[in-house]
Design a protein around this ligand. Structure first.
Ligand SMILES: [Zn+2]
Length: 312
């Protein structure tokens, strides 16, 4: 297959969103109709909604602005790549900010009824039986954000134009839920709401072949590995009188291990140990090893190359 086949087309009007079944090997294109519109995006494993996209994991691996070459990951303990950003014509997206909510507009602006991403997401995913509590942190497409030197996240105006798009390739079957962000009183979408075009394609064989592989590791657990695999059907939290704690790696046992170092390595160890770790040579050694690991692997992740736990 060398040309993409179109499977579905939809235009989301302001104030709305759309839940779409996106099967592995299919691409969702999220495209500007007029430009300058932020799109919030949630997604769930289509066959197990308890696995959902996790902005925290995505942020850790790909930084605050995931773009072409980044994966969208699910939450621990599943922690696997759900989607791959195949193309991004603008390159400005955000995983710092949560979805906007009714509370934000009432508390900050005094509007007791205002279009907002949380309520739009909730209504769109209701088509699949999900509740407002199931909406999770969103991947915010075309949203321009920055972090100030004193650590605050801020939103700046965006510059997307008609025809700009992001292509998301599904690596597993997901329920994808994009929506037109409801923020017309912030810079998010330059103070006006515009429609967004959605297109689902079948990926070509070449596109699938070119996607980096993310093999499943032992630490990526599914309900089959859980001590409690059953989803609670009631809302109140009630203590299990038969509970006995079985933490992983507990209690921890600490013992000294001899490590042979060259004179240079010992000198390096002392440079780190003396001012920071005092008598704890083990912590100083781990610090040195971590610095080496960080330089070797995190630098690769930043460039969009496969990160830890991924291979060619
Ligand atoms: Zn919003």
């Amino acid at each position: 297959m060398s040309e993409r086949k179109i499977l579905f087309e939809w235009v989301m009007q302001p104030g709305s969103g759309k839940a779409i079944e996106l099967l592995a090997g299919q691409i969702l294109r999220i495209e500007q109709v007029e430009g300058l519109q932020c799109v919030d995006f949630n997604c769930f494993n289509l066959h197990d909604y308890k696995e959902f996209m996790h902005c925290g994991r995505t942020r850790t691996v790909h930084g605050f602005h995931p773009t072409k070459g980044s994966f969208l990951w699910s939450a621990p303990p599943r922690e696997r790549a759900l989607l791959y950003i195949l193309e991004d014509t603008v390159g400005r997206n955000d995983v710092l900010f949560p979805r906007c909510s009714a509370y934000v507009y009432e508390s900050a602006y005094g509007f007791d009824a205002h279009t907002n991403c949380h309520d739009i997401q909730a209504e769109a995913q209701r088509e699949y039986g999900l509740t407002p509590d199931d909406v999770h942190d969103s991947f915010n497409l075309f949203m321009c954000t920055e972090v100030t030197l004193d650590g605050r996240a801020t939103i700046t105006r965006q510059e997307s134009r008609a025809g700009d798009y992001v292509d998301l390739l599904a690596l597993v079957d997901v329920l994808a839920v994009p929506n037109v962000c409801g923020a017309d009183v912030m810079r998010t979408s330059n103070f006006a709401l515009k429609p967004i075009r959605l297109t689902v394609f079948e990926a070509t064989d070449a596109e699938i072949a070119a996607t980096p592989k993310t093999p499943i590791l032992k630490s990526q657990r599914t309900p089959i590995d859980f001590r409690n695999p059953t989803i609670k059907a009631t809302r109140a939290l009630v203590r299990d009188p038969n509970y006995v704690a079985e933490f992983v790696n507990f209690p921890l046992r600490v013992e000294d291990v001899a490590v042979a170092l060259t004179a240079d390595e010992y000198e390096m160890l002392e440079r780190v140990r003396l001012p920071v770790y005092g008598a704890d040579s083990g912590a100083a050694l781990r610090d040195i090893l971590f610095t080496w690991w960080e330089e070797r692997f995190l630098g690769a992740a930043e460039s969009g190359a496969p990160a830890i736990g991924e291979a060619e």
